[in-house]
Ligand binder design. Sequence first.
Ligand code: NAI
Length: 217
Amino acid sequence: MPGKEISLAVIQRLPRYYRYLGELLENDVVRISSKELSERMNVTASQIRQDLNNFGGFGQQGYGYNVEYLYTEIGKILGLDKRYSLIIIGAGNLGQALANYTDFERRGFYLKGIFDVNPRLEGISIRGVEIQMMDNLEEFVKKNKVHIAALTIPKMKAPQTAKEITDMGIKAIWNFAPVDLNLPSDVIVENVHLAESLMRISYTLKDLEASRESDGN
Ligand code: NAI
């Protein structure tokens, strides 16, 4: 809904709704009640109603939610009805793994370039996109609109490279390097740290084991 402020907490939950609704659509489910959705997603029905009411409450009493409508609306809010160009900086293990992943295109993110400093990688093609040297990046950014750069380079190199690429005009960084980038506030930085997820698992496991031990006593 244009103009309506949606809280950040809700926005952060939207990708999960989007994924579930996408699966329902793939299975030709036309409508779903908040109760059914809550069972699938393991979220309370009232949380679902509260979250989805943000979009004009298009759940109807006795009917539930129209899956396709909700999927499309959430997609629009997330900006997924648009196409974004993505480049990858750092064509090592992680960069190549990302480049090989095809599902981003389905979400509207198109891989347009891969860059590295290692001349041994130059010209190697991943899903039809050739790895280029970093020296070409500035020229590339002038000729091609680049919305997002994934940063998969060593941590020591990341802050400087991030600064250089934002000076070139790239305004969104998907940062995988385990370091804070400290960029101007108009640059979007999304940090992805798998190790932090693992730490959250470790924390929960630790709690679980402690409670098992105390149960055993
Ligand atoms: P890698 O060593 O396999 O690849 C790094 C690549 O970056 C190499 O090809 C290297 O030539 C290139 N490179 C180095 N300096 C560069 C520069 N200034 N400009 C462009 N390319 C440059 O390393 P890997 O395993 O792919 O990891 C890459 C980064 O991702 C590291 O910072 C690592 O800590 C991080 N990482 C993060 C994870 C996460 O969950 N966020 C998971 C795994 C790795």
